[in-house]
Design a protein around this ligand. Structure first.
Ligand code: ZN
Length: 112
C-alpha cells in the first residue's frame, strides 16, 4: 500500500504539510486536495465545479455526517420503512465521502 505523505495543492501545486491546512473537495469525480487559503481564493466558476461547492473536511460536513443518518434512522423508526429507506441510503453519502477523504489523505498528515 502506497502512503501519501504530502499531498499537493490542486490550485498552487505546493505540498500540503499539515491536516490543519488541508482542504479536500471533489473536482468532477476526482478527490482533490487544496490549502485552506487556496480553496477560499478559487474563482466562483471553479468553486461551483466542486461537488456542492463545499470542501469535505469542514464543520458543516461533520454535522451532515452525524445528523443526516440520525434523522433518517429516526424517520425509519417512526414512519416505517417505505421510501425512508432511500433517504437513509442517501444520508450515508456525506459520511462515505468524508471517510474516503480521511482514508486517502488526512490520516497521513500531522494534525498541525
Ligand atoms: Zn495551494
Amino acid at each position: 500500500m502506497t502512503r501519501v505523505q504530502h499531498p499537493v495543492c490542486h490550485n498552487c501545486q505546493e505540498p500540503i504539510s499539515s491536516r490543519a491546512d488541508l482542504s479536500t473537495a471533489f473536482v468532477g469525480v476526482h478527490l482533490a486536495t487544496f490549502h485552506k487559503q487556496c480553496v477560499r481564493q478559487l474563482p466562483v466558476q471553479k468553486a461551483w465545479s466542486l461537488l456542492g461547492g463545499t470542501p469535505l473536511n469542514t464543520a458543516a460536513t461533520n454535522w451532515a455526517v452525524v445528523l443526516l443518518p440520525l434523522a433518517s434512522v429516526l424517520f425509519l423508526v417512526t414512519r416505517g420503512a417505505g421510501n425512508w429507506v432511500y433517504f437513509f441510503v442517501v444520508s450515508l453519502i456525506p459520511a462515505i465521502l468524508r471517510f474516503y477523504a480521511w482514508l486517502r489523505y488526512e490520516r497521513h498528515l500531522p494534525r498541525s
